[in-house]
Design a protein around this ligand. Structure first.
Ligand code: SAM
Length: 218
């Protein structure tokens, strides 16, 4: 199995099931042109987030890690007209590009892009949140999970991206704070009686990684 094959299969799946549109394409293009790193979720992953939010009838969404707003657009599209999405981004340039992309997608009225360190911003986020998507610096995943658990309502969902990192997550002795953050996150989830969770490995255009899905028990 190769990266080329994974990308071809992703192209096939997205081509059949995840039709693109001008707003999503525009968001990727504007992000690339502004020099943002190409680390947004893949189209089929964005659609998965959108479907999860719709499956639970999400009206309020928290995102930690905005980048250029690509996943934000997918998530915000799941909201009803009176819904709200708060997304937290450390880098002012990323936030500016994201605001442009979100406005161009016609979602500016639903989305609040807040700039700063997520750990500083999280105490001012108002609950209840139906779905939290954690996709920022992995070293802080334990703190993001703890904060999300305070905000997400029973029956709500927490999704954490990039939890496999090419398999590096299996290295218990890793000195990479990102790996330790992911491992600690999973230990916290396993010990937390208020939640139930699983994690899956993924391959595709974004390489070999994975995501953790947490249900806050009703
Ligand atoms: N969710 C985005 C998407 O799929 O389109 C991708 C997010 S990217 C993987 C991670 C983002 O988190 C970057 O834009 C980075 O600047 C931001 N970030 C990193 N550390 C952060 C922190 N401490 N607080 C808030 N944002 C942070």
């Amino acid at each position: 199995m190769s990266q080329q094959l994974w990308s071809e299969v992703d192209d096939y799946l997205s081509g059949v099931l995840v039709p693109s549109d001008a707003a999503l394409e525009g968001a990727r293009k504007a992000s690339d042109e502004a020099g943002l790193p190409s680390i947004a979720v893949a189209p089929n992953q964005g659609k998965l987030l959108n479907l999860m939010a719709r499956m639970i009838g999400a009206r309020s969404i928290l995102e930690i890690g905005t980048l250029g707003g690509y996943s934000t657009i997918w998530l915000a599209r799941a909201l009803p007209p009176q819904g709200r999405l708060v997304t937290l981004e450390y880098d002012p340039k990323h936030a500016e590009v994201a605001r442009g992309n979100i406005d161009a997608a016609g979602l500016g009225g639903l989305v609040d892009v807040r700039v700063g360190k997520a750990l500083d911003l999280l105490p001012s986020v108002e609950g209840p949140i139906d779905l939290a998507f954690i996709d920022a610096d992995k070293a802080n995943n334990p703190a993001y999970f703890e904060a999300s658990l305070k905000l997400v309502r029973p029956g709500g969902v927490i999704v954490v991206d990039n939890v496999v990192r090419g398999g590096a997550v299996t290295d218990a002795a890793s000195e990479d704070p990102n790996i330790q953050g992911i491992r600690r996150l999973h230990e916290m989830i396993a010990a937390e009686p208020r939640v139930d969770a699983t994690a899956i490995q993924t391959v595709g255009s974004k390489g070999y990684d994975g995501l953790t899905v947490v249900l806050v028990k009703p």
